[in-house]
Design a protein around this ligand. Structure first.
Ligand code: KG4
Ligand code: ZN
Length: 334
């Protein structure tokens, strides 16, 4: 049987990434060029700047991924790219690059969903068993996705306001840390001796939805009240209180969703899956409940093209390629 070797491109936000993935689970190369240093000065990702940076490094990153994987264009089965969701100008750079390669090398094109990519990052580390439940926690998304079978996604819960990563970044900013603040809050939370008490937002008793904007406002209130009294806010205590609130709600709802849908596995993915507090709490809870938990290593949690290669393989298997007139779609649905 011929191996399926996919060149995958990811440019939906602020990482330019290209990977070569064999049979959907063997990463031959995964090059990630991050723009974080550039955006830090602005306190967040500036879309126009992101597009320009993608253009600057796109061809270099493609060359590096091809040579690190030690493959030639003839070895490739298809070219895959993140079609959406994401920043439209950023997506466009990857889509144009992928179309150009598909045309020049006469290869089929696969349009991939960014969240399908995050979910299938788990395919790189374990054999998935269906039905499974995925907790997606990134800078742009917070969702519980049920998969009855491979390639079928059913969103059973989602955030009604901020994504969890977005809440982390805003709280970090209020506590005086640079973008992206998630890792700083994670570290502080672990150093704190005591947690500042903050609310848990559960919504309706049977809901799998999330809401983090109230928690974020509660943090801002605590910080402002300290400042008004001329006191230094208890930065570590606030970080710990915030992280405990977020983790408790995420873990509880994920476990409930697993039970309600008789899922065989719980998968974790997205940038916030790199959070040590969340990984530890979810691991402990799943062990106690006898739930098989899969968590990719951090490099496959934050944005990368290897996960796009994994998702593209599944799409290729079920649907094959798509016409070259496909367009980047910032609102692409799963
Ligand atoms: O998945 P990702 O790389 O990009 C999106 O598709 O959004 O996620 C980035 C997000 C940022 O909000 C960042 O602060 C957060 O993931 N993040 C973390 C940690 N590492 C990254 N949040 C909490 N704890 C961490 N250790
Ligand atoms: Zn992402």
């Amino acid at each position: 049987l011929q191996p399926v070797i996919i060149l995958a491109i990811e440019t939906s936000c602020d990482e330019t990434s290209v990977a070569v993935v064999k049979d959907g689970n063997e990463v031959l190369s995964n090059i990630i060029s991050s723009q974080i240093e550039t955006h830090r000065a602005f306190g967040g990702v500036v879309p126009e700047v992101a597009s320009r940076k993608h253009v600057e490094v796109m061809t270099l990153v493609i060359e590096e991924a091809m040579s690190a994987a030690n493959v030639t264009p003839e070895d490739l089965t298809a070219i895959a790219v993140t079609q959406g969701p994401g920043l439209v100008g950023a997506l466009l750079v990857g889509v144009v690059a992928a179309k150009s390669l598909a045309l020049a090398w006469n290869k089929p094109l696969i349009g991939t969903h960014h969240i399908a990519g995050h979910i299938y990052a788990n395919r790189l580390v374990a054999e998935l068993q269906y039905p499974c439940m995925t907790l997606v926690v990134s800078g742009g998304h917070t969702e519980l996705v049920h998969m009855e079978q491979e390639g079928r996604f059913n969103i059973v819960g989602r955030t009604r306001d901020d994504a969890v990563g977005e809440a982390y970044d805003k709280v970090a900013r209020a506590l005086g840390f640079p973008y992206p603040g998630g890792p700083h809050v994670d570290r502080l939370a672990r150093e704190a001796e005591e947690a500042v008490t903050l609310p848990r937002v559960w919504l309706e008793p049977d809901s799998y939805d999330f809401s983090f904007s109230g928690l974020k406002s509660a943090v801002l209130n605590v910080v402002n009240q300290s400042k008004m009294k001329g006191l230094t806010p208890d930065v570590a205590g606030i970080a710990r209180g915030f992280q405990e609130s977020v983790v408790e709600v995420l873990v509880e709802k994920a476990v409930r969703a697993v039970r309600a849908n008789s899922a065989k596995q719980l998968l974790l993915c997205g940038g916030v899956a790199a959070n040590k507090g969340l990984r530890e709490a979810l691991t402990a809870r799943c062990e106690k409940e006898g739930i098989e938990l899969i968590v990719p290593p951090p490099v496959y949690c934050t944005d990368n093209a290897a996960m796009i290669g994994a998702a593209a393989y599944v799409k290729w298997k079920h649907e094959g390629g798509i016409p070259l007139d496909m367009v980047a779609d910032p609102g692409f649905s799963l």
